[in-house]
Ligand binder design. Structure first.
Ligand code: ZN
Length: 190
């Protein structure tokens, strides 16, 4: 499959467009034909090797976390998804076995792996991800819209809805409100 990957850290010049093997679909995974993939600051940190994201090469790493697309293959243990479903992907892959994951608080998993940083990501024609990381999207939501959601909106939803349960009459101060997470926070709080 076609993909954009890196074989060394650096500026945009290290981005390489070429062939990479298509991922196999494990029993608990679905394979997705990527319709859109978005760019987050994390992708730039990974490309540069900043903020503790240095890694050994080879093998090459396909960048990209957030994405949306259509399911093309369903693992043998997956229920609730079918080929052809339109979905978005939460790129934070958690262990599914620790206390936090088993309690339904996988956002607190101490051993998450981010697609495009720790493992191959979504700057590719296809990704294979755990079905637990996949969410169906409506027909009126484009892949571009859906791919812009996970990395920015999930932490915001966690903070403003699940943790502090923001009420309509309350006021919040959003720092860095021009960045992706800050923009999402304004929208969720509005
Ligand atoms: Zn876990």
């Amino acid at each position: 499959m076609q993909a954009v990957y890196i074989e060394a850290h650096g500026g945009p010049e290290v981005l390489t467009h070429g062939e990479r093997p298509e991922p196999a679909t494990l029993p608990q995974q679905v394979k997705i034909q990527v319709g859109a993939s978005s760019l987050n600051r994390l992708d730039l940190y990974t490309r540069n090797g900043d903020r503790g994201l240095q890694r050994e090469f080879p093998p090459p790493l396909i960048l990209g976390g957030d994405c949306a697309g259509q399911i093309t293959e369903v693992g043998s243990e997956v229920r609730g998804f079918s080929v052809g479903d339109r979905v978005l992907v939460n790129p934070k892959i958690t262990c599914g076995q620790c206390q936090a994951c088993l309690a339904g608080h996988d956002d607190l998993c101490p051993k998450p792996q981010f697609m495009g940083s720790a493992i191959d990501g979504s700057y590719a024609e296809a990704v294979a991800v755990p079905a637990a990381n996949v969410h169906a999207i409506g027909d009126d939501v484009t892949y571009e819209m859906a791919a812009a959601v996970p990395t920015t909106y999930l932490p915001v939803w966690n903070m403003l809805q699940r943790k502090i349960q923001l009420k309509p009459w309350e006021t919040v101060l959003v720092l860095s409100a021009s960045a992706g997470v800050g923009t999402a926070a304004i929208q969720v709080a509005s």
